[in-house]
Design a protein around this ligand. Sequence first.
Ligand SMILES: [Zn+2]
Ligand SMILES: [Zn+2]
Length: 167
Amino acid sequence: MRITYACPACAATVMVDRIESRTALECPACHAAVEIPGEAIAPGPPPRLRRCIVCPSSELFVRKDFPQRLGIAIVVAGLAASCVAWACRELVITFAILFGTALIDVALYLFMPDCLSCYRCGARYRGEGITGTFGGFDLETHEKHRQQLARMRGGSRASPSEASHGS
Ligand SMILES: [Zn+2]
Ligand SMILES: [Zn+2]
């Protein structure tokens, strides 16, 4: 299992491989260590992730490990090429390009592996053992964590009644 996370101390992007065989993660930039809680990874095979390592959250979601920029770049390139074909009055080629672009996007999506993402800190997990425990993206959970983060950034003025209000 691999993890990509933002160092809590210096915000550098850190990538660590084989986290199931480690007890701590270390940031190469500032050497801040993140200890891996013993219960975070259930023993295998394959070892399974139970909760986030970087933050105390146990809410993660499965998503496609698809670089969004690449998807957009393909669509933009397809549109540009089809416009050129359209200007040359090549109707068949225009639609062939548009259809082909859509097909490439669908194929990429289907063949891309899954990755796990933490709602709270945005850490990404890849490799074996990430599926089976967590479901797909849930907007309500995402919103809950977004609001928690906004409250934390707004200072420690959050009222205790609000903090203890769980669902
Ligand atoms: Zn760091
Ligand atoms: Zn997290």
